[in-house]
Design a binder for this molecule. Structure first.
Ligand code: EPZ
Length: 430
């Protein structure tokens, strides 16, 4: 299995192009099931999770073709044409869903378009139990009949989905996206209250409107959808990945570097930028994105961070921020409120010399700008893995990161982007 080897201590300097957002691309791909016309998606990142979703869509009968890449060696993302003129199967099998939980996003579109769907339950994952009860209850509110059968969600709405008011008990990105897609073809008005406000949800809603959907309240916590009889195809570009951009912002900061993140959208990153500025990292908006500078780890300040749904500080950056705090001056308190088991990077960071104490959902980090040293490490999910890459960049000596497949799920050409700015990082192919 491949490994990543990092020799730490290099200051990062240069430019990093930001890819299309994985978590926007996945629901946008699923949206192709809502129409018999062609959906063209641009700026798609080249990632394992995107390949898993396209594999699932092909098995539902969608025809996919690569429409080439933008000039510049593919740095501007891939273009994919998807046409689900005929749905060959309304079943999302366990073998695909177990690889990627976001597969459950086909449930809403299949049910809305075909009046039926059989989708494997995703099960738990490394960061938490992650139930899908809100997806199921939301669809039931729109008139679907749903049973759980042998590990599958079996949903039926032979006369189509109806209007209704869905109040989510807690904010869920995936449940909002599934309901949004289902609601576009419902008979009547659907109101989604306490909806997720993440930019990726807004990206999906904007694309759906371009396909002929009637969604109002985009970007707010109340989405109002007037169902339409059919959606058409469109041509849509995926928004830049705010989590990838912020990860590289932290890479610049932790190495005392100076990096411009090309294409990064600062307006989707306000909580993160505020946290970085509080930690004494300099962030400037430029014509091409954002520029991030720090005067070396000695200048960084420990800060307290609590994760929250958007526009709060993202859970998908908690591990990376914690790594930054391990080299900052003073103490930092990091509290995780979204997932119950998202501190798996802590023992690995401690093996690299970090001083961290966990109590329940809070980690107390005592920073030391010279505290990290290289070590062989591994992690059980994407963001935990990349937090170890960040630690490796700052550490004295050599770090090897095992289980690289986690990184390949969410960071396109990670080694290339970092080595382009001076990092000593290589993939060891075994
Ligand atoms: C999305 O997952 C992202 N994935 C995650 O990114 C991200 O961490 C998460 O949102 C939170 O921002 C994609 O967009 C593909 P949720 P999702 O439903 O939609 C609970 C990454 O690293 N919940 O917003 O699955 C749930 O257990 C990944 O890129 C229920 O209880 O997350 C969690 O505690 C990991 N019942 C909370 O809600 C439900 O029916 C928020 O989860 C649904 C969710």
């Amino acid at each position: 299995m491949d490994k990543i080897r990092i020799r730490g201590g290099q200051r990062l300097e240069g430019q990093i192009p930001i890819s299309g957002a994985k978590n926007a691309a996945l629901p946008l791909l699923a949206a192709c099931l809502l129409t018999d016309e062609t959906l063209v998606l641009r700026n798609l990142p080249h990632l394992a999770d995107i390949a898993t979703m396209t594999h699932l869509l092909a098995q539902h009968g969608a025809e996919l073709s690569m429409a080439g890449e933008h000039p510049g060696g593919g740095h501007m993302g891939h273009v994919l044409k998807l046409c689900a003129a005929h749905i060959a199967s309304t079943e999302a099998p366990y073998d695909i869903v177990r690889k990627m939980r976001a597969s459950v996003l086909v449930l809403g579109p299949l049910l809305a378009r075909c009046g039926q769907a059989r989708v494997s339950l995703p099960g738990g994952c490394a960061i938490g139990t992650r139930p899908v009860d809100m997806h199921i209850r939301g669809l039931e509110t729109l008139g679907a009949e749903i049973e759980l059968d042998d590990g599958y969600i079996v949903a039926n709405a032979p006369d189509g989905l109806q209007g209704g008011v869905v109040v989510f008990p807690t904010v869920s990105v995936g449940a909002t996206e599934n309901m949004l897609m289902a609601a576009t073809l419902a008979k009547g008005e659907v109101v989604l209250e306490n909806a997720a406000r993440e930019p990726e949800v807004a990206d999906l809603a904007n694309c759906l409107n371009q396909m002929g959907a009637r969604i109002e309240g985009i970007g707010s916590d109340t989405l109002r959808i007037q169902g339409v009889a059919r959606l058409s195809g469109t041509d849509y570009s995926v928004l830049p990945d705010r989590i990838e951009a912020a990860t590289y912002a932290i890479a610049a900061a932790i190495t005392g570097g100076d990096v411009e993140l090309l294409g990064a959208q600062s307006e989707t990153m306000e909580a993160v930028i505020a946290a970085l500025e509080q930690a004494k990292v300099t962030v400037e908006r430029t014509d091409c994105g954002i520029r991030v500078r720090a005067d070396g780890a000695t200048a960084l300040e420990g800060i307290d961070v609590t994760t929250a749904p958007y526009p709060g500080f993202p859970t998908d950056l908690q591990a990376q921020m914690m790594t930054l705090m391990t080299v900052a001056n003073g103490a930092a308190m990091i509290t995780e409120t979204i997932f119950e088991n998202r501190f798996q990077h802590v023992p690995e960071l401690m093996r690299m010399g970090a001083d961290i104490t966990v109590k329940g959902a809070t980690a107390m980090v005592r920073g030391d700008h010279d505290g990290l040293h290289g070590a062989p490490v591994m992690a059980t999910d994407l963001r935990a893995s990349v937090s170890l890459v960040l630690a490796g960049l700052a550490a004295r000596g050599e770090t090897t990161i095992n289980r690289v497949y986690h990184l390949d799920r969410g960071y396109e050409r990670l080694e290339e982007k970092l080595s382009g700015c001076g990092a000593d990082i290589a993939r060891l192919v075994e």
